[in-house]
Design a protein around this ligand. Structure first.
Ligand code: NAI
Ligand code: CS2
Length: 490
């Protein structure tokens, strides 16, 4: 358990009156990222600027047993965030969690009650791309998603994120309470639009009048969020305990870098995030596109090919000069030209990303980044590939990435070991893989995943030929040499 008295000298402690905090943001998804990003920003505001914006943290997944929330409550809703640089570390104890709820302990009713407290002005979330129950290739709500099917039948007992937010909006409206803003902090392009779409589409199925109310009264600001926060492994917890002098089951480690760009569109007030380093802008899209394609796009490239090559961490990939150069070229030659970003030095941005990837103190596993590929590929790679197909330009590295993903989800690594595929569509993927022979048949089978490749890409000869070429190359010479070869010719 976190014990503030044992923490090393220099640890930043919440030096503000925690009792004065008010729950004004309800956050869904108390994962590693939120703990190290938005909550830290609120903590800086409370300690340095007298902010009273506190959080109610919620875990709504049915299969989440609530260990984390229990641990958080046991340590007076305090937890630590340790920033790790190659040349040292610094820890802060975050104190802005005012309440913490978990469906399996408290029930969904308590969570809806929390969202309907009069002072709540913002609902935010970090629930991974799959939490939105949408089709990644189209952005549309999946009406056949099991959680959505459930929520349509039982709107008062929601299981999905859109269903939960809708239930709270409905109740607030019925009780005459002011509207809130709904802010996604997940890695999706125009994450505000995605969130609005899924909630409005769900409302339309239940009550078109409620859908109209949402469109008129609720805002869905988009955000670009950036900080590398690896999942905490047993090993990471053990090394964190050594650094802290006590255990912290809620603690996280992350890189020092922090960026948050927020569309300034809130109906019921917001914290002065700009005082803690966030940028409030009118249009987030150029920032999101840049980050998703250059950072997340190169991350996914390193994840699939690096995993196949036997590299456990992103920093291990950086030790291979060909992987380092290939990811840099992917950023600048194949992603940068597709962007609408203006007045940003993209070469400097790419340089800074490589420097961040080299940070050995951050143990960011390729396997972690490789999860949920079906939810990530469209916005990280496929929109850029469409751009190149329209412009007649080269996309060899992106095609190698797609081939690497196909090779990876085939479920066996280059040494013949099983790869456990972690993806919401893993059953569908396994069915396609098991019913196809390796080679062209496998490629065709995986390209038939409409949620990923939509209707256009499977029929595009240039795309198919390029992916097939690199898929064969991966089989022939393996990921390490394939990356070396493609890096050499570009
Ligand atoms: P995590 O695994 O620690 O937390 C995931 C959270 O999402 C958990 O609270 C979980 O309960 C919740 N969740 C997952 N599926 C859900 C569903 N279907 N319905 C409701 N809740 C659900 O992961 P982490 O690191 O917190 O990342 C979460 C998301 O944050 C990422 O997917 C990404 O979109 C965004 N992000 C993460 C960064 C990182 O470096 N970890 C950096 C930038 C953005
Ligand atoms: C990563 C991101 O897991 C992934 O897919 O690419 O979580 C990445 O670490 C963050 O977006 C960095 O801000």
């Amino acid at each position: 358990m976190l014990s503030v008295d044992l923490l090393p000298e220099g640890t930043l402690l919440p030096c503000y009156d925690r009792k004065a905090l008010r729950t004004r943001i309800v956050h869904i998804g108390f994962g590693a990222f939120h703990r190290a990003h938005q909550a830290v920003c609120a903590d800086i505001l409370a300690s340095e600027h007298g902010s009273d914006w506190g959080y109610c943290e919620c875990e709504i997944n049915k299969n989440n047993k609530g260990d984390l929330i229990k641990a958080l409550r046991q340590q007076d809703r305090l937890y630590s965030v340790t920033e790790m640089a190659d040349d040292g570390l610094s820890t802060r104890v975050v104190g802005v969690v005012n309440e913490a709820l978990c469906r399996s302990i408290d029930g969904i009713e308590k969570i809806i009650d929390a969202m309907c407290q009069p002072e709540v002005a913002i609902i935010s979330m970090t629930v991974t791309e799959k939490g939105y129950c949408y089709q990644p290739s189209t952005g549309q709500l999946m009406l056949d998603h099991p959680a959505i099917v459930h929520d349509l039948a039982h709107p008062e007992d929601p299981e999905s994120v859109p269903g939960l937010i809708l239930a709270a909006i409905k109740r607030r409206r019925a009780n005459g309470l002011p509207a809130f803003s709904v802010m996604s902090c997940d890695n999706m392009p125009e994450n505000g639009h995605v969130t609005r779409n899924v909630i409005v589409q769900l409302a339309q199925q239940q009550d078109p009048e409620l859908a109209r109310y949402i469109q008129q009264h609720i805002t869905f600001p988009s955000t670009m969020v950036d900080r590398i926060v690896p999942a905490m492994t047993e090993q990471a917890f053990a090394s964190l305990s050594e650094k802290l002098g006590c255990t912290d089951p809620v603690g996280v480690e992350c890189e020092p870098f922090f960026q948050w760009v927020i569309e300034d569109n809130f109906v019921n007030g917001r914290p002065a995030w700009e005082k803690a380093g966030a940028e409030l802008v009118a249009d987030v899209l150029p920032f999101e596109e840049m980050k998703l394609r250059m950072l997340n796009g190169s991350h996914s490239f390193l994840a699939y090919l690096g995993y196949l090559a036997g590299y456990e961490h992103i920093s291990d990939c950086m030790d291979d000069i060909h992987f380092q150069q290939a990811s840099y070229k992917l950023m600048l030659d194949e992603q940068a030209p597709t962007l609408h970003t203006k007045n940003v030095d993209l070469t400097a941005y790419a340089d800074s990303l490589i420097a961040r990837y080299k940070n050995r103190a951050v143990r960011h596993r390729t396997y972690q980044i490789a999860t949920d590929g079906t939810q990530k590929l469209p916005q990280r790679w496929l929109d850029s590939i469409r751009w190149h197909l329209n412009n007649g330009s080269n996309f060899d590295l992106l095609a190698l990435g797609v081939a690497g993903w196909m090779r990876y989800v085939s479920g066996v690594d280059e040494q013949g070991n099983t790869i456990v595929i972690n993806d919401p569509l893993h059953q569908e993927i396994a069915r396609l893989v098991n019913s196809s022979r390796d080679g062209d048949e496998r490629i065709n089978a995986l390209l038939s995943l409409k949620a990923v490749f939509a209707d256009d890409l499977p029929g595009n000869t240039r795309f198919r030929e390029s992916v097939t070429h690199y898929y064969q190359l991966l089989h022939k010479i393996g990921a390490k040499d394939a990356v070396k070869q493609v890096n050499g010719i570009r």
